[in-house]
Design a protein around this ligand. Structure first.
Ligand SMILES: *Cc1c(COP(=O)(O)O)cnc(C)c1O
Length: 374
């Protein structure tokens, strides 16, 4: 039997045809009509005025921080439970991440602890310059509290929506919160361009500055003139064509991932000691990955034993992200919290959740999780 992956690329004949059409169109470059159209469509999908197509989600986070004016020695509150890319971008600009723990009710940044981190910074005469929240596994954060908090303290909010394209919260799309949001089109994300990302914002000046910085910061002159350091961060026109084709299929993709979460919930929800990632009130998650926790004191079996059992059958399951404050590279950073993210890491497991996962395959996954636990 073929290996079952956590979240493999889901591509179609229509995607292939779109890519070949773009190839034949002749714009084999990091600009062109497909990039322009993809940007318009991404802005619409996230309820934004502007989208800037980039080479990765990490590049989007990096540019958001630069444009927000975050630099050497500044402090940035970062959601502790995330993929390293979120925190790496803070280091790219020479700033220091301050990691904020999760709330148990959403697994996302705890607004009370964020308030504490903001107040601490002000008391110490080192106010935070920005906040990066993460819509973990496709679920929006508690923006009803986080947005006013950032506004009240005058800090820039950057939403890392890399896993959340197609999600919603309080009647708005994920990617619409904060001054900037970052999207990812990596091979394992909701839609893919093999590699790619976007920065979305309602500020046209910030968007044109992002395009400028992403194109080597070339001054408007007939010769090559540069007054600032730039980057080579634009998305290829060929890949934008793939992104447009994938974006046209967004709704089905999200519905399919959501149906996996519902299926796993039905199939495993009765097991004592097994709990699924809770859903935030007013939220519509992509369920990029279905995540659950296993309490070894109740089940008598650890998360690792379950994962290893699945691995022995060529089923890829992964622990929940290892929190940033426990990463060797960030060991010297401030952490505000009480250990919620660490417990989620110890007990948390992500199950195969791709939008091309079949009914038969997910039934097999659920049956093997149950076997490992009973
Ligand atoms: C994937 C991901 C990123 C990085 O996106 P790339 O396109 O791979 O650079 C950033 N943050 C989170 C939460 C992610 O899951």
């Amino acid at each position: 039997m073929a290996r079952l992956y956590l979240s493999p690329p889901d591509v179609s004949d229509a995607d292939r045809a779109a890519l070949v059409r773009a190839f034949d169109g002749g714009w084999i470059a990091p600009l062109g009509p497909e990039v322009d159209a993809f940007e318009t469509e991404l802005a619409a999908a996230t309820g934004r005025v502007e989208a800037v197509a980039l080479s990765s989600g990490t590049a989007a986070l990096h540019l958001a921080l630069i444009i927000a004016g975050v630099g050497q020695g500044d402090r940035v509150a970062v959601q502790d439970l995330t993929f390293a890319a979120t925190a790496n971008a803070v280091r790219y600009v020479g700033a220091e991440p301050v990691f904020v723990d999760s709330e148990p009710s959403s697994w996302n940044m705890d607004p009370d602890l964020l308030a504490e981190a903001l107040a601490d910074g002000e008391r110490q005469g080192r106010p935070l310059r920005a906040v990066i929240t993460v819509d973990l596994y496709g679920q929006a954060c508690d923006y009803r509290r986080i947005v006013p908090l950032c506004d009240a303290h005058g800090v820039t909010l950057i939403e890392d929506a890399a896993e959340a394209l197609g999600a919603g919260y309080a009647g708005r799309p994920a990617g619409s919160f904060g001054r900037f949001a970052a999207l990812s089109f990596n091979g394992n994300k909701i839609i893919t361009t093999s590699g790619g990302g976007a920065l979305v914002t309602d500020d046209p000046g910030a968007a044109s500055r992002a395009r400028f910085l992403a194109t080597q910061a070339r001054d408007p002159a007939p010769h090559y003139q540069h007054s600032e350091i730039g980057y080579n961060y634009r998305l290829s026109n060929l890949l934008a064509s793939l992104g447009r084709s994938q974006l046209g299929d967004l709704e089905r993709r999200v519905e399919r991932r959501r149906s996996h979460r519902a299926f796993y919930g039905e199939a495993l929800g009765d097991l004592a000691g097994v709990e699924f990632m809770p859903e935030i009130e007013g939220g519509y998650s992509t369920f990029w990955l279905t995540a659950l926790t296993i309490d070894p004191e109740v089940t008598g079996v650890s998360r690792e034993e379950v994962r290893i059992h699945l691995e022995s059958l060529d089923i890829e399951a992964r622990p929940v992200w290892k929190p940033m404050h426990l990463q060797p590279v960030f060991a010297d950073c401030v952490f505000v919290g009480s250990g919620v993210s660490a417990r989620l890491f110890e007990r948390g497991l992500c199950l195969p959740s791709g939008s091309n996962l079949t009914d038969a395959d997910r039934e097999r996954v659920a049956a093997e999780v149950r076997r490992a636990l009973t």
